[in-house]
Design a protein around this ligand. Structure first.
Ligand code: KG4
Ligand code: ZN
Length: 317
């Protein structure tokens, strides 16, 4: 059945036209340029930008599919979590359309959407539940035991920052742009030195599946300040590359260790990655390596487009 999915929880206005679990068309308008100046998303600004474009995005996706609203059987929309003013724009439009058309509306949890992004262009049978899944985004950092398609249990979560948030804050401290993850990843890839482990690796106690990144973030800030010197000078490109690399590798070590631990503690041999940080090629590679050495199966969203915030993951949930 044809359905529409809406995702406006942060700074992407995304609408997908789907036929059951298959993505027919998806249109996503990013607000990145508008948020560069503030080096982050101001919720009221984001909401206004969503409101400005959401009907254009809707018409575009319907036109691409050669369908009209009358062909739509139901609507899915992100309900939470996210920036409230941003969420409200998508929710209001989705609710109004569903009401006007007399069709069902399903509210979808954003993080569950990220998990289900792994089911885009891939069947549940191909994955084979149960799996342990690491959800890493700008606002969330958790490990779930995903038992069967509609059943999961929280195993661990962050006690402070989420991984993506730490990438963003570290990039800001280094005077780089927004969002931090892709910028840090690019700089780190240009570094040719060894991993010297200049930052503490926050693993908490030996069995914990929780995370804490505030100490790591502060250590990076101190390193940046000390390299800037007393008069707050510019960091050299070499400094930027090295700090980015050391931070990224430390983060990857923590995320990989915790997911490995979760697999060992549960005895589950399938590991999975979800959320915006799953766009990181370096993290994907590290988990692929873990999977090879431990004989695990490893899944991440098939396209990077499905790692980031997108409406298709809401439609497939
Ligand atoms: O899921 P998402 O698109 O939005 C939220 O739900 O938060 O995740 C965005 C987060 C940002 O913090 C961004 O820096 C991070 O994902 N991210 C990355 C990479 N690409 C995006 N982090 C590390 N490496 C990347 N390549
Ligand atoms: Zn997200």
């Amino acid at each position: 059945m044809l359905h529409l999915a809406f995702e406006t929880s942060c700074d992407d206005t995304s609408i997908a036209l789907m036929d059951d679990d298959r993505v027919l068309h998806m249109v996503t308008r990013s607000q990145l340029k508008e948020h560069l100046e503030t080096q982050g998303v101001v919720p009221e600004v984001a909401a206004r930008l969503h409101a400005n474009v959401i009907f254009d995005v809707l018409h575009e996706v319907l036109d691409l599919g050669g369908v009209t609203l009358q062909d739509i059987g139901y609507i899915d929309c992100t309900s939470e979590p996210g920036l409230l003013p941003s969420l409200l724009v998508g929710k209001t439009v989705a609710k109004t359309l569903a009401h006007g058309l007399g069709i069902p509306l399903q509210w979808i949890h954003h993080i569950e959407g990220h998990m289900f992004a792994n089911l885009l262009e891939r069947s549940p049978e191909e994955i084979g539940f149960p799996v342990v899944v690491l959800t890493v985004s700008g606002g969330h950092n958790e490990i779930y035991l995903w038992k069967s398609l509609y059943e999961w249990e929280l195993l661990g979560q962050t006690r402070d920052d989420a991984a993506g948030e730490a990438f963003d804050k570290v990039a800001k401290a280094m005077g780089l742009g927004f969002p931090g993850g892709p910028i840090v990843e690019k700089l780190a890839s240009e570094y040719t030195g060894e991993f010297r482990r200049i930052f503490p690796v926050p693993l908490l106690d030996a069995k914990s599946l929780d995370f804490s990144f505030s100490g790591l973030k502060s250590a990076v800030r101190r390193e940046v300040e000390s390299r800037r010197g007393a008069n707050g000078g510019e960091l050299t490109t070499d400094d930027l590359r090295e700090i980015a690399f050391e931070f990224e590798q430390t983060m990857i070590q923590v995320l990989t260790t915790k997911l490995h631990r979760a697999a060992e503690q549960t005895g589950i041999q399938t590991i999975m990655l979800a959320g915006g940080v799953s766009a990181s090629q370096s993290l994907r590679l590290a988990l692929e390596k873990l999977a090879t050495s431990e004989n695990y199966r490893f899944f991440a969203p098939v396209k990077k487009l499905y790692s980031m915030d997108n409406a298709a993951m809401i439609g497939v949930r």
